[in-house]
Design a protein around this ligand. Structure first.
Ligand SMILES: Cc1cc2nc3c(=O)[nH]c(=O)nc-3n(C[C@H](O)[C@H](O)[C@H](O)COP(=O)(O)OP(=O)(O)OC[C@H]3O[C@@H](n4cnc5c(N)ncnc54)[C@H](O)[C@@H]3O)c2cc1C
Length: 323
């Protein structure tokens, strides 16, 4: 059994228990969201003791070297002294500068940062609400060369951060940003076929990646798939149509059920992507959005011959009910 020291308190971690679970039991847990090592909302710092490797998976090297780790993924096997991640050094102050309704479900949020914020289009950033440190990850649709950051936020019924960002926070409201993180950004040979597939706001990083690829002179074929259960989950039609005028870009929009607007097909994303004759051994893929679809498609692409290292994905894992 490992002993955790945090904010002057000492807590026994039960066998197999994560730092997050142990501190929650003690009533002093840090903010968290996905609880599956994906979103990096529960970042903490180890000040003494050694961390299991899984606790630092997916973190950038500089953060690992500082002893930063994910509380949800850290199941300590020996005593550990932990502290809150140092907000000042890891975070950038930003302001909400714009809000634009893109559909009944999705709102475009623009943010300006007070100091330079380095990122690649398609990565995600942790948005932190200063009043209560509520933390949620959102993907970046903007390019670093653009003056403001752009997020696409889907309104989740009863969702704390999405409701606040979409409907409540006034323009000019400050937020803190941490990151960027995630493996979804353009990284390919100029001639390589690119396959991008996402559901709902999984489109945000994919649009960023396509625009970045085109900006960098990508010449290979680019196929962008946007899917939703129903047509109400699709958005950004005009911008996708504009992207599709580029000679090597093809955009496919699909729904699973209900009315299908012009230009939209009714078929599962997995069947569309797998049935489109892409050269999967040569291509690179990015998958974002609903975790079930991302995992299914990743598995199917791999089984169809795409090397795992050619597939980048960000499943949008959400906080469990009541967390
Ligand atoms: C790497 C990453 C990138 C992300 N990028 C984006 C993005 O670009 N745009 C975006 O809109 N979201 C994105 N998300 C999801 C986002 O971080 C939040 O989880 C989402 O906005 C809901 O947060 P909330 O605080 O509003 O809801 P919460 O208060 O966390 O949730 C309220 C309730 O709704 C449930 N819930 C939340 N979301 C869903 C859902 N999709 N389906 C069913 N039930 C749900 C929760 O389980 C909970 O019971 C991303 C997630 C990850 C991990």
């Amino acid at each position: 059994m490992a002993r955790l020291t945090y904010r002057g308190g000492s807590f026994e971690a039960e066998d197999g228990e994560s730092v997050l679970e142990c501190l929650e039991r003690a009533g002093c847990a840090p903010p968290s969201s996905c609880r599956s090592g994906q979103c990096q909302s529960c970042l903490m710092k180890a000040t003494s003791g050694s961390l299991p490797p899984a606790a630092q998976q997916g973190l950038k090297d500089a953060w690992r070297a500082q002893g930063l780790f994910l509380a949800c993924a850290c199941r300590p096997t020996e005593d550990l002294e932990v502290a809150d991640a140092d907000g000042g050094a890891l975070e950038v102050a930003a302001t909400i500068t714009g809000r634009e309704v893109l559909s009944d479900e999705v709102v475009r949020i623009r943010l300006a940062t007070g100091s330079p914020f380095e990122y690649r289009a398609g990565q995600f950033v942790s948005v932190i609400r200063p009043s209560d440190r509520l933390t949620r990850p959102y993907s970046l649709a903007s390019l670093p060369s653009e003056p403001q950051l752009e997020l696409h936020v889907r309104r989740v019924p009863g969702g704390r951060m999405s409701a606040w960002l979409c409907d409540e926070a006034p323009i000019g409201e400050p937020v803190q940003l941490r990151g960027p993180a995630g493996e979804c950004f353009y990284l390919a040979g100029e001639e390589q076929p690119l396959v991008l597939a996402g559901t709902s706001t999984g489109l945000a990083p994919l649009v960023g990646i396509v625009r970045d690829a085109l900006d960098r002179g990508h010449r290979g074929p680019i196929a962008l798939y946007h899917g939703s259960v129903r047509a109400s989950g699709l958005y950004l039609a005009d911008e996708l149509d504009t992207l599709a005028t580029h000679p090597n870009v093809r955009v496919v929009r699909s729904v699973l059920e209900g009315p299908t607007p012009d230009g939209v097909v009714q078929e599962g994303l997995d069947a569309l992507v797998l049935g489109s004759g892409h050269d999967l051994k040569a291509a690179r893929a990015w998958l974002c959005g609903a975790p079930e679809l991302v995992r299914l498609l990743k598995k199917k692409l791999f089984l169809a011959g795409m090397p795992l290292k050619a597939i980048a994905s960000d499943p949008f894992v959400v906080a469990p009910a009541g967390a």
